[in-house]
Design a protein around this ligand. Structure first.
Ligand code: SF4
Length: 225
């Protein structure tokens, strides 16, 4: 893998899908989207704990009960997993001359050989809403694995921790496994074609008229003094 190649992350691919203009501004011109478009995120506190929990089982050659009952096991190769967590699952696109990558939380296995992408989510909401973005996240991991000639099932898993407190102010933690089916990996070939055209273009893409941030920018630009 050549280190001097441009790298485009999974979250930048997601940004392109949400708004090509925001992607273009961020990836090409390093102008970041205003904070506050996304909601708060407590996952950064929980993700390392969950990784450690899974790795402990991995080192002991055990499978957490909650996975076993769904016919899932942990991906056994911890060194490979550490690389996918650290540098990401990488795919050097032969025509784009770009490395696409996605850093994963963990990977599961079914029937000893098929990989299943998984992502940890943490919520304080009563209802956990499966957003389209979560599905795309798993799809991009699966796409990158497939581009590395690895067999991936077209299902993905969200491992969700719901946190609440009871009347005694004690913390309640509930773990739920959600399956996302019919993941579509193939569509990302075309998405990345469009992404790279946008990235290499010097034309500023259209903004999303439903997004309040750009609306505000354009209103400011149109002020007449
Ligand atoms: S409309 Fe503007 S701020 Fe909103 S997502 Fe697109 S480029 Fe970003």
């Amino acid at each position: 893998m050549k280190n001097n190649l441009q790298k485009i992350s999974r979250s930048q691919i997601e940004l392109f899908i949400e708004c090509p203009r925001c992607f273009w501004l961020q990836a090409k011109h390093n102008i970041k989207r205003p904070e506050g478009i996304k909601g708060g995120y407590i996952g950064s506190k929980y993700d390392p704990l969950l990784k450690a929990y899974f790795d402990k089982h991995r080192k002991e050659n055990k499978t957490p009960e909650e996975l076993l009952k769904h016919n899932l096991e942990l991906f056994p190769n911890l060194n490979q997993l550490k690389s996918w967590r650290g540098s990401g699952i990488q795919f050097e696109h032969p025509e784009h001359k770009v490395i696409y990558y996605g850093k994963i939380d963990d990977i599961l296995v079914r029937e000893k050989k098929f990989l299943v992408p998984i992502d940890f989510k943490t919520t304080i909401s009563k209802e956990f809403l499966i957003r389209e973005e979560y599905k795309r996240q798993l799809e991009i991991y699966g796409y990158l694995l497939k581009k590395n000639n690895i067999e991936v099932l077209n299902i993905g898993v969200l491992y969700v921790i719901k946190i609440d407190i009871n009347e005694n102010f004690e913390k309640i933690e509930e773990r739920t496994i959600y399956f996302l089916e019919n993941l579509d990996y193939d569509k990302y070939d075309e998405i990345l074609e469009n992404l790279i055209k946008t990235y290499r273009s010097s034309n500023e893409p259209e903004y999303n008229p439903n997004c309040e941030f750009c609306q505000r920018d354009f209103q400011i630009r149109n002020l007449s003094y």
